[in-house]
Ligand binder design. Structure first.
Ligand SMILES: NC(=O)C1=CN([C@@H]2O[C@H](COP(=O)(O)OP(=O)(O)OC[C@H]3O[C@@H](n4cnc5c(N)ncnc54)[C@H](O)[C@@H]3O)[C@@H](O)[C@H]2O)C=CC1
Ligand SMILES: [Mg+2]
Ligand SMILES: [Mg+2]
Ligand SMILES: [Mg+2]
Ligand SMILES: [Zn+2]
Length: 397
């Protein structure tokens, strides 16, 4: 379309959007002064100035737009989840951080404190908090706010709450009194999980994912208050996914900044199969409930492959030597930050000699032993990965 075919207003909108996309903050400011409502316009591309500036990484323009009073109105009424999506796809976390800072001031968002709610026997759900109920916490220096993501809705227009855009999820780390906090939720019967290991398993897959992400990142913040390299103070960045050292001389600022990001600890969890193919090796730690056995597991050590870690851990804990190792599936295990990688391994020796500091007992269990059958009383549902390994073994006749 040429400028002759556009109205004067349309032309101004396109010029404004073009300035935002190029990062021309002076021109953006001039247009806003002349016609403030231009900030909400999408133009022919269907993109707003905020989306264009964010996609192209023009942080000064993003700041300018977000601090404008008309933009705040836009964010309350139409809620910019689609803008957040765009940012996530482009992984422009710095923009997301700016957006988050402004957005939490004005938008109607749901916040999650990692609590659960007992609905009826056996059913556990995360307990939701509305923005208004927790916004005072954002002013407190001890509060950590992290962005978890935007909820996926298969059919956004069918939502019953009248909000077309899907809600964004946040987690808050706070040292407020927990009993008092729970009263702020509109949901009834909220409580903190007594046993995160077990309660996590009662959540559905999506909610367990939300909880795992929140738990791991918040646990990291609570354990890494200062720079691990030089001990200086740090600032929270990238929507809660980075702690940057405030000492400009710090070595953590050079090379790979991996001490600044939340840690993930690789763990191998393995079902060791007897050379006869019909038995598997299970062990129990002292802390397990009486009578319960599970797969052996251990942290991967620096410089090791998964296969090497499996062979070392099995030999350390049970004395059994392992040959072939096959990866099967994995699962985040937010206690606080493991990634458990499940493997099937074939033993090349059978004598068991447990390391009592790690394992109380270990035995070869025949394939058909009823206590291993899923859903039966004696099977302790440690993890989905454990279940999958055992199912795989049971089915491999
Ligand atoms: N059946 C299941 O689903 C099981 C799951 N697990 C999980 O797997 C993970 C590892 O299993 P473990 O037998 O405890 O490991 P492990 O056999 O390597 O022994 C744990 C010890 O390793 C040391 N260690 C080395 N690297 C570590 C790191 N990055 N973080 C913490 N400690 C480290 C510590 O001294 C710790 O006490 C745990 O998170 C545990 O909860 C453990 C056993 C069974
Ligand atoms: Mg172990
Ligand atoms: Mg071990
Ligand atoms: Mg170990
Ligand atoms: Zn430092």
């Amino acid at each position: 379309m040429t400028s002759l075919q556009m109205s004067a207003k349309e032309e101004m909108v396109e010029k404004f959007l073009d300035a935002a996309a190029r990062g021309d903050v002076v021109l953006v400011t001039a247009h806003l002064a002349q016609l403030p409502s231009v900030i909400n316009q999408t133009g022919y591309s269907g993109w707003t100035a905020l989306m264009l500036a964010a996609r192209n990484g023009h942080y000064d323009v993003v700041e300018k737009l977000l601090s404008h009073r008309y933009m705040q109105f836009l964010m309350i009424t139409t809620v910019s989840a689609s803008c957040l999506m765009t940012l996530l796809y482009k992984t422009a976390l710095q923009v997301l951080n700016i957006l988050l800072k402004h957005w939490v001031k004005v938008a109607k968002v749901e916040c999650n404190l990692g609590l659960n709610q007992k609905l009826k026997a056996g059913e556990t759900k995360l307990c939701r908090f509305r923005y208004d109920a927790v916004k005072d916490l954002f002013q407190k220096p001890a509060t950590v706010l992290i962005f978890l993501g935007v909820e996926k809705r298969k059919n956004p227009s069918s939502s019953s709450d009248g909000v077309r855009e899907p809600p964004a999820w946040f987690a808050i780390g706070t040292d407020e009194d927990t009993v008092e906090l729970l009263k702020r939720s509109r949901e009834k019967n909220c409580c903190f999980p007594k046993s995160p290991h077990r309660d996590l398993l009662k959540l559905n897959e999506e909610e367990a994912g939300v909880m795992a992400q929140a738990r791991s990142v918040l646990a990291w913040h609570s354990r890494y208050s200062f720079c691990p390299t030089c001990g200086s103070s740090t600032s929270l960045e990238e929507a809660g996914y980075k702690r940057k050292c405030l000492n400009s001389e710090c070595r953590s600022q050079q090379g790979v900044h991996n001490t600044c990001y939340p840690r993930v600890d690789p763990v191998v969890i393995m079902l060791v199969i007897h050379p006869d193919g019909n038995q598997c090796l299970l062990g129990r730690k002292k802390m397990f409930p009486a009578g319960f056995f599970s797969c052996l597991a251990g942290f991967v050590e620096p410089g090791e492959s998964l296969e090497e870690a499996v062979r070392r851990e099995v030999e350390e804990e049970s004395g059994v030597k392992v040959g072939p190792v096959h990866y099967v599936s994995c699962q985040p295990w937010p206690m606080p930050s493991s990634l458990m990688m499940g493997c099937l391994a074939v033993a090349v020796s059978t004598d068991i000699r447990v390391d009592e500091s790690e394992i109380e007992e270990a035995h070869w269990f025949p394939r058909h032993l009823s206590s291993l059958t899923l859903g039966k009383k004696n099977f302790y549902p440690f993890s989905q990965t454990t279940n999958q390994l055992i199912i795989r073994h049971i089915n491999q006749q």
